[in-house]
Ligand binder design. Structure first.
Ligand SMILES: C[S@@+](CC[C@H](N)C(=O)[O-])C[C@H]1O[C@@H](n2cnc3c(N)ncnc32)[C@H](O)[C@@H]1O
Length: 184
């Protein structure tokens, strides 16, 4: 989550990084130190901004959401054994709740990138469609050319990468949404 996007574009930004898992936040701290970068680190539930947010809106938010991880099964085959039928709807509900909470922290005109390592529509474009239906202030943003890597499949408003794709990536989905500058 980024405030002061002008500095981001020019190099440097006020970054807040959040995870519900303290061990993951410790890893972020290690990576920041290694890369000589700084960020405000928070352990908290993204669905509950009151527990970690100081009320200053973010100009940019990346929601790299918890998901079924179906896009990385080739590297983690145990996922096929561990997933249960109810997991995907539960992930979709959590993803939507996280996105809706993030909308409250986004500044007018601010943009949010949603990503998952899932190949399932239920967790990807359907979650974004549900967000736009639930939050009239939000609209999809077309992804510019550099985001359209070889083999990427259009799944409006985002892009789906498959593990079998030309770019040789894991399965991954990303979509961008923007908050209206006024009104609704
Ligand atoms: C796809 S991973 C993000 C990985 C991260 N971008 C990285 O590079 O390490 C999803 C993360 O969401 C975290 N998470 C799950 N539920 C959460 C919640 N309610 N609030 C905040 N973080 C949550 C998980 O602990 C996990 O680290």
């Amino acid at each position: 989550m980024v405030t002061n996007g002008d500095r981001l574009r020019g190099g440097g930004a006020d970054v807040t990084a959040l995870d519900v898992d303290a061990a993951r936040v410790a890893l972020i701290a290690e990576n920041l130190q290694r890369l000589s970068r700084t960020a405000r680190l928070c352990v908290g539930d993204a669905r509950d901004p009151a527990t970690f947010w100081d009320g200053v809106p973010f100009e940019r938010i990346l929601v790299d959401a918890p998901c079924s991880s179906t896009g990385v099964i080739r590297r983690h085959p145990d996922i096929k054994l561990l997933r249960r039928p109810g997991d995907v709807p539960a992930f979709a509900a959590m993803q939507l709740a996280i996105l809706r909470a993030a909308v409250t922290m986004l500044s007018p005109g601010g943009r949010m990138l949603y990503s998952t390592c899932s190949v399932l529509r239920e967790e990807n474009e359907r979650v974004v469609a549900a967000l736009i239906a639930a939050e009239p202030s939000m609209r999809p943003v077309a992804l510019p050319a550099p985001w359209r890597v070889p083999g990427a499949i259009e799944q409006a408003p985002g892009v789906q990468l498959l593990p079998s794709g030309a770019a040789g990536t894991d399965g991954f989905y990303y979509a961008c949404v923007e908050k209206a500058t006024t009104g609704s």
